[in-house]
Structures are given as structure tokens and as C-alpha cells.
Design a protein around this ligand. Sequence first.
Ligand code: UDP
Ligand code: UDP
Length: 464
Amino acid sequence: MGSQENKHSELHVVLIPSAGMGHLNTFSRLAVTLADHCKVTMVSNIPAVSSAESHHLADMFSAYPQIEFLQFEMPPYDTSDYPDADPFVLRWEMISRSAPDILNYVMKSSSVPVTAFVVDITIAASFIPLAKNLGIPCYIMFTSTAAMLSFVAYFPTYCDSKTTEDLGDVEIPGYRTVPRASIPGVLHDPKNLFTKQFVQNGRVLLKVDGIFVNTFESFEEDSLAALSDGHVQPGFPPVIAIGPLMPLNMPASGASEVFSWLDKQPDNSVVYVNFGNRTGMSREQVRELGLGLETSGCRFLWVVKTKALDSQDVEDLGEILEKGYLERVKDRGIVIKGWVEQDKVLRHKAVGGFLSHSGWNSVIEAAIYGVRMLAWPMGGDQRINAVPVVKSGLGMWAKSWSWQGEDKIVSGKEIGEKVKEMMADEALSAKARLIGEQARQAAAPGGTSYQGLVEFIQELKDRV
Ligand code: UDP
Ligand code: UDP
């Protein structure tokens, strides 16, 4: 199948992402991958929550004219009902409430009839029943691991059967037990907005025509098998591993000094440190991390983020870091406040290790470029994601650092030792490189993930 093949133009897949760069990057990559096979429309909700999303969308509009973008202007919403809600979770809720209007808008604006919808997991419960009523096949794009999908799929059953308010270890039949400590923290509060969405979205999974996961067979074989065999949920829809979805070819953006600095470093010598687009770190922890990177003796590229939302992250490095720190480390470290093009950083030959929160996109990007990881989960699905990181051999997991329900500060000494250990581990580096080869093979023509997409397209063709 190639972009030259025009008879698939009758197929029209409409993608409905939610909010947050982790979600937008996954959908953008899916859009570009699918556009080789069919007409693709991507809906975006404006104004975007973060500046990173606004920039990404603007760049993508001009770089990928083959994709049709439909911009849906979000009605103003009152946040007073949820004063403490995470801005991204709040946006997911508001997109869900606008589902009937968004679908009307899509149906009215589409010049070509819609063959299928692909909806983000975080807004699935509101869209799927409506889209099904239109008689259009519906797929979910799951933005995390197959391991996490198993948890999401089973969690509603667990909630129905438990006798107390408290969550314990969640034993998924025929699969594995997710320890209480690995359950996303907010799920312990049944009244939390995220928890309500999470359970509703989990229940709707059984009603869809298929679920895409940005993973690949050899990376998460056990979880994919448990889902397909019906162990996790009997009658579960097809789970289609289509990863790794490849990063886009976009104009340069973000901190450019990073690349001139990386160009001067020896191969495989730099630890890249970044915790995604929505994890702010306390000033106290930032300073300990700084100390750790310094005492590790390694070269490092460190992206500092202290607030969940980039537009509120306004303090400069001089205020956040210990006085004199930048001067002390300037010969072997570069510290950035702002956006860096992570996929380009990870593919740079100077980068030899990645200290990451194990957000799923970050893990899969490390896998593509075969960069070993040290996982330091900070919340959400990240402890569950760390399991395949370790099991596959891509990286290590500093288990005792992860959140444990209390605000623990990890000392610079511990961080320094662990970073040094990762960077000295040549076997880990070799294994990560091997995973990189497997990842790229899975996504290339003939690979398992490529085949998953071919079969999806064929199924759509058979339906029209
Ligand atoms: N990202 C980036 N530059 C940054 C921070 C993040 O390019 O400075 C990208 C990263 O490559 C990934 C996404 O933003 O594709 C973050 O998604 P992930 O699932 O790793 O974590 P989240 O931000 O959702 O916690
Ligand atoms: N998730 C889900 N249902 C929901 C919300 C989240 O299944 O209603 C999954 C989704 O795959 C998401 C993951 O849980 O990527 C972690 O959620 P988090 O809030 O940490 O989101 P992210 O950092 O991915 O934006």
C-alpha cells in the first residue's frame, strides 16, 4: 500500500483526539500514518490547553496538507464545579460534553462520507454511543501501554465487585496483579472527575470495533495476548498493535541551542532528562535532581518543568536552581526551561540514556531510537508503563522513588548513583539498541504493526 494508490480515497477516517501533547502526538502520528492509505480528517478543539499544543497544530497544518483539519471552537466553560481539576482532565470533560455538537459539526463539514471514527480513550464514553447511532464503525486510540489497557478494561469489573470504598491490589484474571501502589493515585477517590471518566471510558471499550495501541508485539507480547485471548475481559474487541507510530517531520521548534551542544558531545555519553508535558516538579525535588545529575559525573541535557501548564511555568532557571549551579555544571551539562524536540534529541547519537517519568510516548520514542531508560514514574499510568520497560529490557525502574501516596523527596545522592549505574550498564545499552531494531521492523512494511494497519484498512474496504 502506498500514497500513490488512489482507490482508497473513498475511505475516510475521522480522528477525534482529546488534549495534552501525549494525546496530540499520538493522534498526529496516527493521522500521518493513515494518510498513506485513506483520506484522514483530524478534529482539533481550540483554543488548545497548552502553548505546546497550539504550536504543534500550527506546524502540522502547514507541514501535512494531505490531512484535513476541522477546528471546533470550544464553548466557554465554567470551571467552578471542579476548582482543583487538572486543566487537561477538565478539557477532556468539556470535550465529552460537547460530543453531540462536535459530531454534528463533523458530519456537516465532511465532503466525503465518514467510513470510521477513531476516538481518544479519555473521551470515548461520550462519543462512541453517538457515533454508533450514526451507523459508523468506531475505534479507540488507546494512548498508553497494552498493560495499562488491561487495567482500564478490567477496572470497572473490579469496582462492581468490591465491597469497600478502598482499592486494594487489582488481580486481573489470567493476566497479572496490579499492586495497589501502581494504581493511578486519583482513582482512590471515587468522586474525582478523572475516576468517573476512567470507569465510564473503561466500560465503553466492549462496544467498539477495535482498539489501537501504540505498542508492538515483541515489546508487550504478554499483555497483548491476555487481551486478545479474552482473559482480561471476555468478548473484548480486537486490540490492534500499530506502534511505534513514527514521529513527524516538522519544522524546527523549541530550544535550538540543544542541538549545537549535543553535536559537541561524544557518542552515547549524554543522559537526557525530561518528564513530559504535564508533570511539574517541586523546587526542592528539582534541586535534589540537579545535585544528582552533577554527582553522577555524566554529561546531561536536563529540561526543567515546575508547573503542569506551560503558560504558567514562568519562573526562570536562576530562580529555580541553586545559586551557582549553572556555572558549576556548564562544562558537561545543559539545562533548558521550555520545549525541546524530544524525538530529535532521542535520535541524536550523543544521547545514551533517558531519565524519564515513563509517560507512554516517551517510552515508545526511547524504544524507536534504542535509548536505554531509567524510569522514574511520577503519576497516572507511569508505574504500570514501567513494567514493560523493565520486562522488555529497555530500561531500569527506580521503584522506591515512585510516588507512594506521600510527598517523598528523592535525594540527589540516590539519583546520582542510579544515573551513573544506568550509564555504566553496557548490556542495557546493547539490549535497548536491539529493541530499537525490533521497534522499527514492527512498523516497517511486513512488520507486525504495519500488518495491523493493513488489516484495519482492508476491514474498512470490506465494509464500504
Ligand atoms: N515532548 C517533547 N518535548 C518536551 C516535552 C515533551 O517533545 O519538552 C513530547 C514527547 O516527545 C512526547 C510527549 O511530548 O511525545 C509527552 O508525552 P508522554 O506520554 O511521554 O508524557 P505526558 O506528557 O503525557 O505525561
Ligand atoms: N486513561 C483512560 N481513561 C481515562 C483517562 C485516562 O484509560 O478516562 C488512560 C489513558 O491511556 C492515559 C492514561 O490513562 O494515557 C494515563 O492518564 P493520565 O491522566 O496520566 O494521562 P496522560 O499523561 O497520558 O495524558
